[in-house]
Design a protein around this ligand. Structure first.
Ligand SMILES: *Cc1c(COP(=O)(O)O)cnc(C)c1O
Length: 382
């Protein structure tokens, strides 16, 4: 009888052919080039997680509730818990709140609206502004809830008068509100305090407010004198993306909710030895490690500095575009540079998103003034 420690069989099924290897190499070169021209989306490329690469040798899976024990031991729940605790502080979440690391802002929005529907009832109406992210509209369809689109002001912020009017017009007073904490196109903020004032004035007592803070949830906490958006304003849930301001090679995000809304949706599952209270079954266990790594290696002051330099680069870009005679601007708490769409070839080369006649450049932390100068030169020369 031998009692040798068993070894894991890690034999792969085969190896890449020389031509496939070449193809992969070519693709990596392409990525390296395109990564330099990445100016239109709010995803930071300023990170280095190579210390975590060893994690990729394990079938890590965070299935189930990150705060419960699980039969699936290859998980990163303890790190995920720390990430959630960090975001709880950042959003002034009450002690009785809960959350998990999602696949991104979209899943967080789906989760928030799901709990809202379970709490308010399926005959609720979701009010959201015209400038809401497309994921909000999709999630409302998935959840089969009624919807009411609200007009927006010129800067992209929800039109509060229209919101009040539409609530009055609706016979059903079962209300769910999606507040945009930073719209995708112009970075406008729907002010929760103003929304609450309307609800009070109209004597609406039962409602649910979900905050879509996919991008700005990691910007506003690092600025002075910004509109409040956290749980202290009375929101019920919030979604924040992880791959945007923090940056991550794999999309991710967090969702936080008040615990009381969890009761109706949590069910213990014998098979995983845990509670099934997330949207998906199997969940990414690597992404919580990226977030944990970023939060352990970046201080509050570091984040403030990072955010500040993005604002500086935004103002730099605006001045340069204005000097070319182009209309360019940003909202007060946003470093999304909005400008009149022009030179389509240049915009597409720099991966700049266009919506109607508006384009936007987002000087994320990986973008330098030299990069901006290159872009401006190309605009000038077309
Ligand atoms: C990016 C974004 C989303 C979607 O987030 P994903 O992480 O891409 O799923 C939702 N809402 C807003 C306001 C966003 O900016």
């Amino acid at each position: 009888m031998t009692n040798a420690i068993p070894k894991r069989n890690t034999k792969t099924l085969g190896r890449l052919s020389p031509s496939d290897k070449k193809r992969l190499e070519k693709f990596l070169n392409y990525l390296e080039k395109e990564a330099l021209l990445f100016m239109g989306y709010p995803c930071s490329e300023a990170y280095n997680y190579s210390e975590l690469n060893a994690l990729f040798s394990y079938s890590i899976n965070n299935v189930g509730d990150p705060f419960q024990k699980s039969n699936y031991h290859l998980n990163t729940h303890h790190f995920e818990q720390e990430v959630i605790e960090y975001f709880k502080k950042l959003t002034t979440a009450p002690h009785k709140s809960w959350g998990y690391v999602t696949n991104g802002g979209t899943e967080g929005n789906l989760y928030g609206l799901y709990l809202a529907r379970e709490y308010i009832g399926s005959d609720a109406v979701v009010y959201y502004s015209q400038d809401s992210h497309y994921s909000v509209i999709k999630n409302i369809r998935i959840l089969n809830i009624k919807e009411q689109v609200i007009a927006r002001q010129k800067n992209g912020e929800i039109d509060y008068d229209d919101l009040a009017e539409k609530i009055l017009q609706n016979k059903s007073k079962k209300i769910i509100i999606n507040a945009n904490i930073g719209t995708t196109i112009t970075g406008a903020i729907d002010q929760v305090s103003k929304i609450k004032k309307i609800l009070r004035r109209l004597k609406i007592n039962k409602y649910y407010i979900h905050a879509d803070a996919a991008f700005f949830g990691m910007i506003l906490p690092f600025l002075d004198k910004v509109p409040a958006f956290g749980f202290d304003t009375g929101i019920d849930s919030i979604a924040i993306s992880g791959h945007k301001m923090i940056g991550s090679p794999l999309p991710c995000g967090i969702v936080l909710v008040r615990s009381k809304y969890m009761r109706s949706i949590s069910s213990p599952i014998e098979y995983i030895g845990s509670i099934d209270d997330t949207i998906t079954g199997s969940r990414n266990g690597i992404t919580p490690m990226y977030l944990w790594y970023a939060l352990r290696t970046t201080s509050h002051d570091d984040f403030c500095e990072r955010v500040q330099s993005c604002f500086e680069n935004a103002d730099y870009t605006i001045a340069k575009l204005n000097a070319l005679g182009l209309n360019a601007w940003r909202n007060t708490y946003s470093f999304i540079v909005v400008f009149d769409a022009c030179a389509p070839k240049v915009l597409s080369k720099w991966q700049i998103a266009v919506s109607g006649n508006l384009a936007h450049l987002i000087p994320m932390p990986h973008i330098t003034k030299t990069g901006i100068d290159h872009f401006i030169d190309e605009i000038k020369n077309t």
